[in-house]
Design a protein around this ligand. Structure first.
Ligand code: PXP
Length: 237
């Protein structure tokens, strides 16, 4: 069974909707670990639209298990990662206009820059993961660039519209995980995973961690609503 790393970005998204101090992603991270999460993932985006530098500092102190920092190759973000020294750094592509990380990293096109950043991160004993599509050329390039892990982008699997399309995407992920593992890379997966579709990815034996965010935060809002309302009624009384 794969381990679960909870991505708490969207707790910060709710906070930033009001530029407030609640909800605190660090409190969410502590609750997730208490509930059994194997790690916490946060994405420090260049535009700091949800997680900010202070969150990253506080997460580094608070997270007891694995702290996985998602980051782009932007120099300011790389500098912060080298200062904070998370357990793992997952390098992702980043476009300013996107709602979320839309596709995998093009390791081949960015090979030289990636290799240099991977070397710096590894010098600080940070495990490096590259967020890529399950594509043999990208997997081989990730290995050649010196990554420890790849994270397979499960977005196409999550968005597949019928059983045949789901199977096709699953096969790509299974084959990619097997190939990466044969090279000695460790394999994570994530993006778009839900309570309904995570099981089939978790069943792939090469996959170590699942990074799941949006669906868990969405569920937490609904499952926590009754308690929150009861507490407010008590406060009003
Ligand atoms: N893995 C990576 C590399 C991501 O960029 C994201 C989204 O921030 C996730 C996993 C989590 O995706 P989701 O929020 O759809 O579960």
């Amino acid at each position: 069974m794969a381990k679960l790393c909870v991505n708490i970005d969207h707790v910060a998204t709710v906070r930033q909707a009001r530029r407030d101090v609640v909800p605190d992603p660090v409190e969410a991270a502590k609750a997730a670990e208490l509930a059994g999460a194997d790690g916490i993932t946060a994405h420090l985006r260049e535009d700091r639209r949800h997680i900010n530098d202070e969150d990253v500092d506080n997460l580094k102190k608070a997270v007891k298990k694995k702290f996985n920092l998602e980051m782009s190759l932007s120099p300011g973000v790389v500098k912060k990662a080298l200062e904070v020294v998370p357990d793992e750094a997952t390098i992702v592509p980043e476009k300013r206009q996107e709602l979320t990380t839309e596709g995998g990293l093009d390791v081949i096109a960015n090979f030289k820059r990636l290799k240099a950043v991977i070397k710096k991160l590894k010098a600080k004993k940070i495990d490096v993961s590259l967020f890529i599509e399950a594509d043999a050329k990208q997997i081989k390039a990730s290995f050649d660039a010196g990554a420890d892990f790849i994270e397979i982008h499960t977005g196409s699997y999550a968005n597949a519209k019928n059983a045949a399309a789901v199977e096709k995407e699953l096969k790509k992920i299974r084959d990619g995980a097997k190939y990466a593992s044969s090279l000695g890379l460790k394999v994570n997966a994530g993006h778009g995973l839900t309570y309904q579709n995570a099981g089939k990815i978790s069943a792939i034996k090469e996959i170590e961690d699942l990074n799941i965010g949006h669906n868990i935060v969405a569920r937490a809002v609904i499952s926590g609503m009754a308690t929150a309302v009861r507490e407010m009624i008590k406060a009003i009384k």
